[in-house]
Design a protein around this ligand. Structure first.
Ligand SMILES: [Fe+2]
Length: 126
């Protein structure tokens, strides 16, 4: 007999690990954006705020994993970090690199919202 509650819990933990790997990718991207936006101090302030929230989110996810007797996946976290470097590299160094970074960041935020909404729905379902 399949224990649906256990399956959902395992799925939820896997998704929390995915989210935990996603946040360092965004952190890497934001750090890169922060350096590139030196001509836009107000935008840099927004990026610093976003960086702080991103790091807090990573800490919250670690709390969620500990509460479920699980650990983050080192391999997934490294892949997330690497993907953040690749995204940051795709901004380029041209005159429009700040704008490209902003557009990639907006896309990443929508992806992040979809992930957390899925996580919340999975948590309610179990
Ligand atoms: Fe974010």
């Amino acid at each position: 007999m399949i224990d649906r509650g256990l399956e959902l819990k395992e799925l939820l933990i896997a998704w929390i690990k995915d989210a935990h790997a996603m946040e360092p990718a965004h952190e890497t991207m934001l750090e890169f954006q922060l350096k590139q936006a030196s001509a836009f101090p107000e935008y840099q302030d927004r990026i610093r705020t976003h960086l702080r929230v991103t790091r807090e989110q990573t800490a919250r996810l670690e709390t969620c994993l500990r509460r479920n007797a699980a650990d983050a996946s080192v391999a997934m976290d490294l892949m997330g970090k690497a993907s953040g470097f690749l995204d940051a590299a795709s901004f380029g160094v041209g005159a429009d690199s700040v704008l490209k970074g902003l557009l990639i960041g907006i896309g990443a935020e929508y992806y992040e919202m979809a992930c957390y909404r899925s996580l919340a729905a999975a948590d309610v379902a179990r």
